[in-house]
Ligand binder design. Structure first.
Ligand code: PLP
Length: 483
């Protein structure tokens, strides 16, 4: 019989201090690490044993492997010069919340299985709703990721179609019904397509609406597409607008789109996964104009609100429809409080739920609304300054407006005029920059042009980091030109 149970209290304390010291050193010295690891696929696996240990191992040994084997393969999302994709940076308050969530290890399936997580979720989501300026009718639920939030919204939209009981009959049981059509822009995130796949709509059921020169959905094109589809026997049911598209952070004209969805009686979902949090800043809160008419909207606190991945929030005015789509209560999950309290399992595919609201609670309280506004406002200012520098430098060209803090640009090479060579040149510039380990930038394609994206939304990014990155971009460019 083994006596090898969990750590003793004194070992826990000792190891805990070691861990906190380690994390503190890590966060303090982030800038000494290359943002991107310099390794090849398979390198980490090669350094790990292929079979599990038979016997208990000392934590000192595990620590040593963390430093020697794992660290060389970590991409440092918390690094102040991580400017790729959309940032996700963790604040100390967020890290402590994750630690506690693991310690409690509660499962908030129903109110009874953890009343505190259920009620804290209700309260903190209402705080967040107020902070981003959504009306009172919006009710929120935490999921893991925006991809899940959008999938749930699409399935709720499907449930909302009158006489179309897919939940009961499945698509196979509705043979004579028209095919469903969902609309979103050409610039929408792939999670919309995935949500539609999971909802059984199929990729053919998605109609991508053209965008204008600023990458925003064109409402008249949407209107035209819906009309055409109705004439051709499709059943339009949902529009997904984006506030802050992934490539350029363009903002679809949600008010105009909402007018169409109201006239056509379609569900309107707004994907504001990254940008929605910026609405905390009063002077840019208008990015959510029109979203008050939406049926649902997703925002991701883990992207721009300084808490560790993952936490995504779906706000909806149609809580009843979401429940109709997902609620299924087996005997073993019934409780005496079912009629008085919220059971979050009724509003989504997952039964078990982590205590994610702790992250919101800690972070909002630690920074305060004002503190969060100040940090995000500084990101907007830094990005705007950099945008001006790019605009004033003849060697670079900006390829999209900068409504928030994402800059899309590319380098010009006077010796190259054809699109393909210039695309290659820009890809090489980005790769060289990333290979320095001093910055991580990502890319997109805009109108066929390879475009470098630079995002300023990391908690630790300050003016000096943006300056260093700009100097680095110019010097790598100069080197390439002179070669
Ligand atoms: N929507 C938008 C606009 C995004 O930019 C992203 C990711 O960057 C997503 C959705 C998907 O986010 P998640 O990784 O939380 O599923």
């Amino acid at each position: 019989m083994t006596t090898n149970i969990d750590m003793t209290s004194s070992d826990f304390r000792k190891t805990g201090y070691q861990f906190i010291d380690w994390i503190n050193d890590y966060l303090t010295n982030l800038e000494n690490y290359p943002v991107l690891p310099n390794i090849q696929p398979g390198d980490i696996k090669k350094s790990l044993p292929s079979s599990p240990p038979e016997n208990s191992e000392d934590f000192d040994k595990i620590f040593a492997d963390l430093n020697n084997v794992i660290m060389p393969g970590v991409t440092h999302w918390n690094h102040p010069k991580f400017m790729a994709y959309f940032n996700s940076t963790s604040s100390s308050a967020g890290i402590f919340a994750e630690l506690l969530s693991g310690a409690f290890n509660t499962n908030g399936m129903v109110w009874k299985s953890n009343p505190a997580s259920t009620e804290l979720e209700e309260v903190t989501l209402d705080w967040l709703r107020q902070m981003i300026g959504l009306p009172k009718e919006f009710w929120g639920i935490i999921y893991d990721l925006a991809s899940s939030s959008t999938m749930h919204a699409i399935i709720a939209a499907r449930e909302n179609i009158k006489g179309y009981s897919i939940r009961e009959k499945g698509f196979g049981g509705l043979k004579d019904m028209p095919r469903l059509r969902l609309y979103t822009s050409e610039q929408a995130h792939s999670s919309v397509d995935k949500g539609a796949i999971l909802a059984g709509i199929g990729l053919e059921g998605i109609r991508k609406i053209h965008v204008d020169e600023d990458f925003r959905m064109i409402p008249s094109e949407l209107e035209k597409a819906i009309k055409e589809d109705r004439e051709n026997g499709w059943l339009p049911f949902c529009v997904v607008a984006t506030v802050g598209t992934t490539s350029t952070t363009s903002i679809d004209p949600v008010s105009e789109i909402a007018e169409i969805t109201q006239n056509e009686n379609l569900w309107l979902h707004v994907d504001a996964a990254h940008a929605g949090i910026a609405a905390i800043v009063p002077e840019v809160q208008n990015i959510l104009d029109g979203s008050e008419h939406a049926d649902s909207i997703v925002v991701n606190p883990h992207k721009w609100m300084f808490m560790p991945i993952d936490i995504s929030v779906l706000f909806t005015k149609r809580k009843d429809v979401l429940k109709r789509a997902f609620s299924l209560v087996p005997e073993y999950l019934k409780t005496d409080e079912d009629n008085e309290a919220t059971n979050f399992m009724d509003y989504g595919i997952q039964l078990g739920r982590r205590f994610r609201s702790l992250k919101l609670w800690f972070v909002i309280r630690y920074f305060g609304r004002e503190g969060l506004i100040e940090i995000i406002r500084e990101h907007l200012r830094l990005a705007n300054e950099l945008k001006n520098r790019i605009d004033n430098n003849p060697n670079f060209k900006r390829l999209a407006p900068v409504p928030l803090s994402t800059i899309c640009f590319r380098a010009i090479n006077p010796k190259l005029s054809d699109v393909e060579s210039l695309n290659k040149f820009n890809k090489e510039l980005m790769d060289r920059l990333n290979n320095t380990g001093k910055v991580f930038l990502s890319h997109t394609i805009l109108n066929g042009l390879f475009t470098i994206r630079l995002v300023v939304s990391g908690l630790r990014t300050e003016v000096k980091h943006v300056n260093e990155v700009w100097e680095l971009i110019k010097s790598e460019y100069d080197k390439m030109i002179s070669e």
